[in-house]
Design a protein around this ligand. Structure first.
Ligand code: G6P
Length: 368
C-alpha cells in the first residue's frame, strides 16, 4: 500500500534505500567483545565441531545463488576452507559424492523456495549437517535445517531482490570472519574486518546520495536491447547479479561475465549497440581490469564504469563513471552492488516497466 511505501515510488526503491539499516540490523549483537570476530547464536555447532569441517557446500537459487558465489571467494580467502556452490535444482538430482566432513549451507530469502528445500532435504537424507541463511523467521528451510542465521533484513516485497542480497553477502562475510578466526586469521586482521563492516552502512549512504546521477546515466542507456556486466574475482558474482537484475525488471538481455573470459566469446557481441557495465575495484588486478576496458573500448562499445575511489581510470576510456568509497575488500561486493541496483531500477523505470511486479516472475517459487 501507499502507506507502507512512505515517500518511495516502489518497494524496490524503498528496499534499496533501506540497506544501511537492514545491514545494521543483521550485524547487531553479532560481534565479539574483543572486536576481532563475529558469532552467531543459532548455528548449533560448537567451535570444535566447526574446526572439523573441511568443505562447505552452498546451495541456492537465483539471487541467493550469486550470494553463494561471493561466499566462495570470501570463505576460501579468509577461512581457507574449500567451498563449492551449486544451483539447488542441479544438486538435487546430481547425486554428488560429498566428503563426510562437508557442511551444507542453504541460502534463501524466503526460506520457501522448493528447489532449495528439496536440495536441503536431499543433503539431510544423506546425513550431512545443514545450516541455512534466510530472511524469514520460522520458514520451512529455517525449521528443517540443523542450524541457521537469520538475516533480519525486514520483509522484502519487490520481486527483484536487493536488500536481501546484500544482507546475505554480509552474513557470508561475517561467517568467513568467524570461521577464519577459528583457524588462521589473525587478531589484527579480524579487527580490520569488523571495523570495515561497521563503517559500511555510512558508506552505503554515501553511494545512495548519487541516486540522481545514476538516474541520469540510466536515461542514456534505457534504449539498448543488450548489455554486458563484467567484473573479476569478487566482482564476477556482482556482474552476474547486475545482469540478472537488469533482465528481471527491464527485460533487456544482459549477461554477466568474468571480464577476462570476455575474449572467449562475448566480445563478439560488443558494438555500438551493446554497452558494458564494468565493475572495477582497486587492488592487485586493477590493471588487468583496465586492459579489459580497453578491449571493449577498441570495439566501440559504450562503457559505464562503477569503480572504487582509488581506481585510476583514464577519462577517455569510459563514457560514464560512478565512484564508490574505498573500503576493505570484504565490503566491496556490498558497496558495489548499490549502484548496480540503482542502475537497473532507473533503466526499468525509464522503459515504463513495473519494477515491483515484473512479468513471469514470482517472489518465491514454491512449485518445481
Ligand atoms: C525467485 C525470485 C528471486 C530469488 C529466487 C530465490 O526466483 O524471483 O528474486 O532470488 O526466487 O528465492 P529465495 O527466497 O530462495 O532466496
Amino acid at each position: 500500500s501507499a502507506a507502507e511505501l512512505g515517500d518511495y515510488h516502489h518497494f524496490m526503491e524503498k528496499e534499496i534505500f533501506e540497506q544501511p539499516v537492514s545491514l545494521e540490523n543483521g550485524m547487531r549483537g553479532r560481534f565479539a567483545d574483543d572486536g576481532s570476530t563475529a558469532f552467531f547464536g543459532g548455528l548449533n555447532l560448537t567451535p570444535q565441531e566447526l574446526r572439523h569441517v573441511d568443505r562447505l557446500l552452498f546451495i541456492a537459487c537465483g539471487t541467493a545463488w550469486h550470494a553463494c558465489l561471493v561466499a566462495e571467494y570470501l570463505i576460501e580467502r579468509y577461512a581457507r576452507i574449500p567451498v563449492e556452490v551449486e544451483y539447488a535444482s542441479e544438486f538435487r538430482y546430481r547425486n554428488a559424492p560429498l566428503d563426510k566432513n562437508t557442511l551444507v549451507i542453504a541460502i534463501s530469502q524466503s526460506g520457501e523456495t522448493i528447489d532449495t528445500l528439496a536440495a536441503l532435504r536431499e543433503a539431510k537424507r544423506k546425513g550431512y549437517r545443514t545450516l541455512s541463511i534466510n530472511n524469514s523467521v520460522g520458514s520451512t528451510i529455517a525449521r528443517e535445517s540443523d542450524g541457521g542465521i537469520y538475516q533480519h533484513a525486514g520483509p522484502e516485497i519487490g520481486v527483484a531482490s536487493t536488500k536481501a542480497f546484500t544482507s546475505q553477502i554480509m552474513l557470508c562475510a561475517m561467517l568467513a570472519l568467524y570461521l577464519g578466526r577459528l583457524r588462521d586469521l589473525s587478531y589484527g586482521d579480524g579487527v580490520e574486518i569488523v571495523k570495515a563492516l561497521k563503517a559500511m552502512p555510512e558508506q552505503i549512504r554515501e553511494v545512495l546520495r548519487q541516486n540522481d546521477k545514476i538516474a541520469a546515466i540510466a536515461k542514456q542507456y534505457a534504449n539498448y536491447e543488450d548489455c554486458l556486466f563484467l567484473g573479476r574475482q569478487l566482482m564476477f558474482p556482482i556482474a552476474l547479479e547486475g545482469a540478472l537484475k537488469l533482465k528481471e525488471i527491464s527485460y533487456i538481455h544482459a549477461e554477466g561475465y568474468p571480464a577476462a573470459e570476455m575474449k572467449h566469446g562475448p566480445i563478439a557481441l560488443i558494438s555500438e549497440q551493446c554497452p558494458s557495465v564494468f565493475l572495477a575495484t582497486s587492488g592487485e588486478i586493477f590493471h588487468k581490469s583496465l586492459a579489459n576496458i580497453q578491449e571493449v573500448k577498441a570495439r566501440k562499445g559504450k562503457i559505464i564504469c562503477i569503480a572504487t575511489e582509488d581506481c585510476d581510470i583514464p577519462e577517455d576510456l569510459i563514457d560514464d563513471l560512478v565512484v564508490v568509497p574505498e573500503c576493505h575488500e570484504i565490503v566491496k561486493p556490498i558497496l558495489m552492488s548499490i549502484p548496480v541496483q540503482l542502475l537497473s531500477y532507473h533503466i526499468a523505470l525509464e522503459r515504463g516497466c513495473d519494477v515491483d511486479k515484473p512479468r513471469n516472475l514470482a517472489k518465491s517459487v514454491t512449485v518445481e
